[in-house]
Design a protein. Structure first.
Lengths: 162, 562
């Protein structure tokens, strides 16, 4: 969509005005500074998703709408988690960080701040584990996604041909 | 050469061919008015900004051009919201210019500041806050393009006062380039063929046309299609006039207060061809019982209208006239057959329905029946007038008893249902078409919602005729109370109404009154003989109900009849 003031509120206003639900939302500029990209997660049956897609397309500032429902895509979310880290639990937290391939991005005598990236399931899983150790604060992004590129001439095919 | 922002606005309007602006000045727009006085654009000074937008709306509908308003910031801007929302629901091309406080003050709660762009975001097709004078020409060009393009609608342009004073080079763009807005005009030929195949096999087809046929100027093509295949036609409230109201294939309007014939035909149709209509709840009633046997073809320029309320077998996105033209040329290629013969059993069935339950009312001795007034206006004007309406019973009786043969002749707030719409819309329509008779069919409740525009009509000698069906109550709500609330008439009896004849005279207009049936025709004739604004006060029966009526949420076949 056009990267202009007020465009985001046109999109969110459309959702609230028409009774659609926004589960998460991410917005940032693209490689073209005058264009920004919204990644939005919503739920609805086929008819509702069709309406949402059409209504978004109807907004004058919206350039293109892609519905990922029936496409292969990669998806990532990120969370920053501030965990209580006392002598007894510091090692356990670091083990979890290791298992989930997270990073500790800030350390103090009482706390670790952990950066975790992944799909929604992974983030929920680590939050579950860490909550037993004492989460003090979290900040979490919505999902961002890109369609998977076509993989023509993949290994499997070549083998069959060979 | 450098021009001020205010000069750029007026020069841009001239480039767009604007000849009339409806407006009301204020602190934030004085710079524009200062320029406007010197340039050849007619300004109609209204008495309330809501009136300005309805006038621009009526002007747009009667002329097919874009209606233009100019109002000040704050309350001037908020007063336009109802008019904008109505134009949005009815897809009417209107551009509203609002003043705004200077850019450095925006967000500071300055005097007469309001975030009108934020307020009108959900009820405009698009809106702009112009922060630099160099953007003005492009924004105005885009506004006039967007107002008309695709599905038409209102555009708002907010103009901070410092932008009006800024001096910049002026060059009006020749064309609009917007990569994010490209409506589909051409109907897909594959879909047209699918539609054709359905229509060819149909035994009981019905055409259900809406306002889209009027805004795409597709009435002639609609008539060609209906006549070529002998398909009966019904329209929505917004579609009245898109098909001749005196044609043998005409079913009457459908929906909550539609004719028995139209609702029965749709309910029993096997193929329903919806053209420029949007399956509104007042049309469908209980939606899963709407046209239960029909396979539906839906032509609309707005993809969101398709499959919003009902499932459609053949969707066709595109301009109604283009789609109809393509359908007509497809029909030409079919092997010749006598469609009136093929259609005979279906049309016979429809004739039985129509004759069994025509639109009717019981005459009541000397007392005036409101339907009778509409019938007499139709007779005296020979169906040639532009009719605007308020909202409520007056609107439905006008729709039922005036037979529109031409498009752009019935002007009503269909979607939003604004009481107080008809009178200012009539003024706008009369300005657009000074040679046509223009009547506002009003109620005594509605007319008081924008009665202040009487001064506008008198000051500019705009000879509109207001026919008040004066029943002393808010008739439509009273009707619901009678039928569904055990006759508990809560707050619907209007005590303290003014004497409308004296009121007209106080404004310097003409007031006439009829209290008996035999006075109705002479009063209408007299009103037409006077080249000034006239209020006709028709004192009518209080307890008359609009019939037929489908209760809200019921199936369209469950009509309450007289």
């Amino acid at each position: 969509m056009d990267n202009e003031p007020g465009v985001l509120s046109r999109v969110t206003g459309l959702f609230s005005g028409r009774g659609f639900n926004i589960e998460s939302l991410c917005v940032a500029e693209t490689m073209e500074p005058e264009v920004s990209r919204i990644t939005l997660v919503t739920q609805g049956n086929e008819q509702i998703v069709e309406q949402i897609t059409k209504q978004l397309n109807k907004l004058v500032n919206v350039i293109k709408v892609i519905d990922f429902t029936h496409t292969e895509f990669v998806e990532r979310e990120m969370a920053l988690v501030k965990v209580r880290a006392e002598a007894a639990t510091r090692a356990e937290i670091l083990r979890i960080v290791d298992i989930f391939r997270c990073q500790v991005v800030d350390v103090s005598p009482q706390e670790y701040t952990i950066e975790v990236t992944g799909n929604e399931g992974k983030i929920t899983a680590i939050l579950d584990l860490l909550s037993h150790l004492g989460i003090k604060e979290i900040a979490r992004t919505g999902a961002i996604a890109l369609a998977r590129s076509k993989k023509e001439g993949s290994l499997k095919r070549e083998k069959i041909k060979g | 050469m450098k021009l001020s922002g205010a000069e750029i606005i007026i020069e841009s309007l001239l480039q767009e061919g604007v000849d009339t602006i409806f407006g009301y000045p204020g602190g934030a727009t004085t710079d524009i008015y200062d320029v406007l006085e010197k340039r050849p654009i007619r300004h109609i000074l209204v008495r309330h900004e809501q009136g300005a937008v309805h006038m621009a709306d009526g002007y747009a509908r009667a002329s097919g051009k874009v209606g233009v308003c100019l109002v000040t910031s704050g309350p001037g801007a908020t007063n336009t919201v109802t008019g904008i929302a109505s134009a949005f629901m009815d897809s009417i091309p209107v551009v509203v210019f609002t003043g705004q406080v200077p850019t450095p003050l925006i967000g500071n709660d300055a005097f007469q500041e309001v975030d009108i762009v934020g307020i009108t975001r959900p009820c405009t097709k698009h809106n702009y806050l112009v922060k630099r004078a160099e953007d003005l020409a492009r924004v105005i060009k885009e506004s006039f393009y967007l107002a008309r393009a695709g599905r038409p609608g209102p555009i708002l342009v907010d103009l901070p006062k410092d932008v009006l004073k800024e001096q910049v080079e002026f060059k009006y763009p020749k064309k609009v380039e917007m990569r994010s807005y490209r409506p589909t005009y051409g109907a897909h030929s594959g879909q047209i063929e699918k539609a054709g195949a359905l229509v060819q096999k149909a035994r009981r087809p019905v055409i259900y046309a809406g306002g889209g046929v009027i805004s795409s100027q597709g009435s002639a093509e609609l008539r060609n299609l209906a006549e070529a295949l002998s398909i009966p036609v019904t329209t929505t409230l917004m579609g009245l006039g898109a098909f001749p109201g005196t044609h043998p294939l005409w079913l009457g309007m459908l929906g909550m207060h539609g004719t028995y014939g139209a609702n029965m035909a749709v309910a029993h149709s096997d193929v329903l061809i919806a053209i420029g209509a949007r399956f509104d709840d007042r049309v469908t009633g209980k939606v899963n019982l709407f046209a239960p046997e029909a396979r539906i073809i839906h032509i609309d320029i707005d993809p969101t209208s398709i499959r919003k309320n009902v499932n459609v077998e053949v969707p066709i996105v595109g301009d109604c006239r283009d789609a109809l033209t393509k359908l007509n040329s497809l029909v030409q290629k079919w092997t010749k057959q006598d469609w009136s013969k093929v259609r005979h059993p279906w049309l016979e069935q429809i004739r039985e329905w129509k004759e069994g339950h025509p639109l009717a009312y019981q005459p009541n001795g000397g007392k005036i029946k409101p339907q009778y007034v509409v019938e007499k206006i139709y007779e005296v004007t020979r169906g040639q007038a532009i009719i605007t309406t308020e909202v409520g019973q007056n609107q439905m009786w006008a729709a039922q008893f005036y037979h529109f043969d031409q498009p752009n002749s019935f002007i009503t707030s269909g979607g939003l249902g604004v009481m107080g719409y008809g009178f200012p819309a009539a003024i706008g329509a009369k300005i657009a078409c000074p040679d046509r008779m223009v009547f506002d069919i009003a109620g005594d409740g509605s007319i008081q919602m924008n009665i202040q525009e009487m001064a506008t009509a008198v000051a500019n000698n705009i000879a509109v005729k207001i026919a008040i069906l004066n029943n002393g109550c808010l008739g439509m709500v009273r009707q619901w109370q009678e039928l569904f609330y055990e006759k508990r008439y809560a707050q619907t009896l209007l005590k303290g109404n003014p004497d409308f004849v004296k009121l007209a005279e106080a404004y310097g207009a003409v007031g006439l009154r009829a209290t008996k049936s035999e006075e109705v025709t002479p009063v209408i004739k007299k009103a037409l003989s006077i080249n000034r604004p006239v209020i006709m006060d028709f004192v009518v029966c209080e307890d008359e109900c609009v019939s037929p009526m489908v209760p809200a949420g019921a199936a369209m076949t469950e009509m309450l009849l007289v």
